[in-house]
Design a protein around this ligand. Structure first.
Ligand SMILES: Cc1ncc(COP(=O)(O)O)c(C=O)c1O
Length: 448
């Protein structure tokens, strides 16, 4: 269903329809499933979501990074409808189908690295991060996995072990799988070494090398997993040279490098994959998910043939991995990214966001840092710019106030004090400006 690309407030937010559904939800749905804004979707198209009370919201959440191509892109919807008529499922282990192979071919062609590749399809980002560890272990015969501070790699148990933030993700779910080693990320705003870039000389990367050599032991590490721009961690884009240095360390120590592009990939940063913006960084594996299939559940591990083929037949897969509807959606989405204007739109959106958010950062004392890459931009909010005390409560207030005025946004960050923008790249500039205006006023209210 196509809906007008305009904000419209029919009454209170949340309205009576959403409030009554919230009541039903409270009695039926597990408490652990949390939702940023208590409004219930009725329809969505492009960059606008309509709720059950007829309110229309500007969407800065993009289904948590899934909707770079927008809600219900017509060509994707048509492709999925056609596939619905053909067949819904066979299970890859019972009977293969062409769309699975076609998605694998496309990802082998599009992911970074000019080497011979193979792809595994699964259904979620967490499955992709879990499977890349299995594959890397099978290929190297080594147990260790190296991950970074503030990382988010998913909510299943191994993925959680690799995820950095304890509350709410990990609290109460111990013990986790072993052999997961954590090293610092280049979070310059809160440098763990209290240094300043570029004078620091990338001391945090040197520390990673030191840890790999002395504490993990290069011969024990199956893979280093890195988000080229950290997502849930708060849209932390490392400074020039850092990712390049991590890639160099991995090369020197012969440890496979995994780019977890689940959130940063598929056009969000202005290139298909964010690593493309870090010269010379060629991961051995790239993980794709979220915006790969415009809302249908699909994720992928793509990597060097000799590594990917280490697990024997039957060692990889799952009932739903590479579901035909999701594969068909992915092929239509890939078409939009390869031959449409989404990457240009991401660059343009990134410019607008960069300019407008920086300008807000100058006016509102609550903004500690404006950062990101391309259209993956965020504001880190603090109660005091000197002490950088995280403004967690104010961040929640900014999000709630924005929603009341017709803008849906999301929180992120290790301290829950980051407002991030994951707007569909199809959003027209006037709507983006309108959304930023709402955010601006919400920040002003929080600043008082
Ligand atoms: C970088 C990254 N990896 C993995 C995941 C997990 O993906 P999923 O929620 O689909 O399991 C996420 C989810 O936000 C993510 O941002």
């Amino acid at each position: 269903m196509s809906i007008p690309q305009q904000r419209k407030l029919a009454g209170d937010v949340p309205g009576p329809g959403s409030r009554s559904l919230e009541e039903r939800r409270r009695r039926a749905v597990a408490r652990g499933v949390s939702t940023m804004t208590p409004v219930y979707a009725a329809a969505a198209h492009g960059a606008v979501i309509e709720d059950v009370d007829g309110n229309r919201f500007i969407d800065f959440t993009g289904g948590l990074g899934v909707l770079n191509a927008g809600h219900t892109p017509p060509t994707v919807v048509e492709a999925v409808k056609a596939q619905v008529e053909r067949f819904l499922h066979t299970c890859q282990h019972a009977l293969m189908y062409e769309p699975y192979v076609a998605v694998a071919e496309a990802l082998n062609r599009l992911t970074p690295g000019g080497y011979d590749k193979r792809t595994l399809l699964v259904s979620s980002g967490a499955e992709a991060t879990e499977n890349v560890v299995k594959i890397a272990r099978a290929a190297t015969g080594r147990p260790g996995v190296v991950v970074f501070d503030n990382a988010f790699h998913g909510r299943t148990l191994l993925a959680l072990a690799m995820t950095g933030k304890v509350a709410p993700y990990k609290q109460g779910y111990h013990p986790f799988p072993s052999e997961v080693h954590r090293v610092p990320y280049a979070y310059c705003y809160r440098c763990p070494f209290h240094l300043t870039y570029p004078g620091c000389g990338l001391a945090c990367a040197d520390y990673v090398e030191e840890q790999l050599r002395t504490h993990v032991g290069a011969g024990n590490a199956a893979a280093v997993l890195v988000e080229p721009v950290q997502g849930e961690g708060g849209f932390i884009a490392p400074p020039p040279g850092w990712l390049e240095r991590i890639a160099e360390i991995c090369r020197d120590l012969d440890i496979p490098l995994v780019a977890d592009e689940v959130q940063s990939g598929f056009g969000r940063t202005g290139t298909l994959y964010a690593v493309e913006q870090y010269p010379g960084v060629v991961p051995d594996f790239t993980l794709s998910a979220k915006s790969i299939a415009a809302g249908l559940p699909l994720a992928a591990v793509t990597g060097r043939q000799e590594l990917m083929d280490a697990p024997g037949p039957g060692g990889l897969g799952g009932t739903y991995g590479g579901n035909p509807l999701a594969c068909t959606a992915a092929l239509a989405t890939i078409e939009l990214l390869e031959h449409g204007d989404l990457l240009d739109r991401a660059k343009r959106m990134g410019e607008v966001l960069g300019t407008r958010l920086r300008e807000m950062g100058e006016r509102h004392r609550i903004v500690g840092e404006v950062r990101g890459l391309g259209a993956m931009m965020a504001l880190e909010l603090v109660t005091d710019r000197e002490t950088k005390e995280p403004a967690k409560d104010a961040t929640s207030r900014v999000i709630a106030e924005s929603a009341r005025n017709g803008l849906l946004t999301l929180k992120a960050g290790i301290y829950d004090n980051v407002v991030r923008v994951l707007a569909p790249l199809v959003m027209e500039e006037a709507l983006l400006e309108e959304g930023l205006g709402i955010l601006d006023r919400a920040l002003a209210a929080a600043d008082r």
